[in-house]
Ligand binder design. Structure first.
Ligand code: SAH
Length: 207
């Protein structure tokens, strides 16, 4: 997995170490075990997916996370990206809207000893203001547009990494940096396809 990420241009040593430390096979369905180390997204419970490792690496790399950082993830899914984040940040709060997934991920993370991760079951489009601000926010599901609520939970200098765009089948992966209280700078990182972000500042469930 690590050599695969290196080949694709990921150089950050702390990030590569985290990928080598976290066994992805503990986060995939039993029938997907043989594909656990392939660089592809895989189906998980409740019709959701565990993201492609390269995309997880790209997002975390772009978030420029330091060991002292307080990080918010929206879309816990299997808990895999939260586990990787826990290895490079001080504290991780991960939000998941589907109770069954939140419980499964919380149990996996606890069993794996990822003690600095907290999973909350809620609508992550609203963030988690109780523990804001965050140096980095990573969104693992596709939003129709960048939710302002999440931008407002960044520190000045903080980074929001989010797939966004009006087409449910194709998004731009964006890095939004908060440069001042009301100032934000946006950069396009890649073209991607994520499962939808469903909630108040996301897509309607019926869509
Ligand atoms: N990071 C995950 C992949 C997540 S897939 C992993 O490593 O496995 C995206 C997840 O976002 C799904 O589990 C989906 O249920 C969740 N999601 C979608 N809309 C959400 C919302 N408004 N709040 C929280 N989670 C949401």
């Amino acid at each position: 997995m690590v050599s695969l990420l290196r080949q694709r241009g990921i150089q950050n040593p702390a990030l590569l170490q985290a990928f080598s430390d976290v066994p992805r096979e503990q986060f995939v369905l039993p029938e997907q075990l043989s594909s656990a180390y392939a660089d592809s997204a895989l189906p998980i419970e409740c019709g959701q997916t565990i993201s492609q490792p390269f995309i997880v690496a790209l997002m975390i790399d772009a978030a420029r996370i330091n060991p002292e950082d307080h990080v918010l993830e929206v879309g816990t899914g299997s808990g895999y990206a939260a586990a990787i984040l826990s290895r490079i940040a001080r504290r991780v709060i991960s939000l998941e809207r589907i109770p069954e997934l939140a419980d499964l991920a919380q149990n996996r993370l606890q069993a794996g000893g990822y003690d600095n991760v907290e999973v909350k079951c809620c609508d992550g489009t609203l963030g988690w203001p109780q523990a804001a601000p965050y140096q980095a926010i990573l969104v693992a599901a596709a939003a129709p547009e960048v939710p302002r609520t999440l931008c407002d939970q960044l520190t000045i200098g903080g980074r929001l990494i989010i797939p966004a765009g009006p087409d449910p089948n194709h998004q731009q992966l964006l890095c939004v940096t908060r440069t001042g209280p009301q100032q934000f700078k946006e950069k396009i990182l890649d073209q991607v396809r994520f499962v939808p972000l469903i909630g108040e500042a996301g897509w309607d469930e019926e869509d």
